[in-house]
Design a protein around this ligand. Sequence first.
Ligand SMILES: NC(=O)c1ccc[n+]([C@@H]2O[C@H](COP(=O)([O-])OP(=O)(O)OC[C@H]3O[C@@H](n4cnc5c(N)ncnc54)[C@H](O)[C@@H]3O)[C@@H](O)[C@H]2O)c1
Length: 357
Amino acid sequence: MWSPISSRKVRVGAVGLGQIFELTSPAYRNDPDAELVALCDLDPDRLALRATQWPNAAAFADLEALLASDVDMVEVLVPSPAHAAVACQVLAAGKHLALQKPVAHTLEEVDRIIAARDAAGVAVRVMEDQIFFPPLVALRDVVRSGEIGDPVGLHLKMVATGLGGWDVNYGSWEWLLKQAQDGRGILVFDDGWHKFAIAHWLFGPVRRVMAWIGNTELAPGFGMDAPTTVMWDHVGGVRGVLDISFAPQTYVRSDYYSGDERVEVTGTLGFARVNRISARGIDQPALEVYRDGELRSVHTLADGLDAGFLAASRAFAQHLRSGEGEPSLSLEQAREVLAFQLSVYDSSARDAPVFLA
Ligand SMILES: NC(=O)c1ccc[n+]([C@@H]2O[C@H](COP(=O)([O-])OP(=O)(O)OC[C@H]3O[C@@H](n4cnc5c(N)ncnc54)[C@H](O)[C@@H]3O)[C@@H](O)[C@H]2O)c1
């Protein structure tokens, strides 16, 4: 078992300094609990760029050298096909680990990471920024308060829009496209992870899944995994639906990734709805709650995509400093989310419902 780092800030190293470093690193500016002290990327240009942004952090061209330094925790921000190998390397060095999503590609990989964590006796947190996104946190509070009665349905919508938001460089797409060709598409696997994690966080484990994963061909041999429809029952009884569409010519304003997203819980007395996550769209209120003929709009919450990243990173730093609470997501929770996600592929391939253990 590890000891809390009570007398000083947590020293953080980051490995993989690409697109998501943009959203991960701001948590370590002026954080009372953690500081970014080391950087690592295989790409010398990326490493040099980030070194100019973080001049007080040591720059390492390979992970072994970073792990030999005095960092306490490593933010693993490398492409997900490399998560298991890099995570196990970090854990073998006895460092705490913050691992990006999706946790890994297979349950066997997650089991290897769990075994490495247990052997090292350190803490691991799998990043799911959206369960820290303040409008979704407020939606869960509304559901748990009973304001909309007993939950009877969960509706998640994702329209992947082609225009608006970050100009993501080709290098950041390249591994995603390769991953898609290997059967783990951008919308169901890479982004879908967030939606399955939200459902699991709201209503717990899933019992039964039915899915149709579609394909929209963009070029010979490559397509987007939409239209896709996924239906499931939680063990607790709530039924969920995820509807994924691809609208390449649609513009949705965003400071980050473009897309039109909705999370809505229907209750016996009304509904609570989050109108956006990654993008700002048409600036509807981030959260709306309907009951008894009245619609309550919430305009007070931090509702940029960055807010969830900040809250998630700060919660883990506080956990490492205090030793209190549990990391969120834990590896065990992340394993359940991945099992749910893999059952979606299984169901679609068999065109039949899949029952989870
Ligand atoms: N939470 C979110 O909303 C969100 C959004 C986008 C990406 N992600 C996740 O973040 C991770 C990275 O995605 P990205 O878009 O930043 O990718 P990216 O391609 O932009 O950056 C990855 C970086 O990792 C470096 N790298 C790869 N292997 C390495 C290794 N072994 N050692 C050191 N450096 C290595 C690459 O050179 C590259 O600079 C993925 O797991 C992805 O799924 C999460």
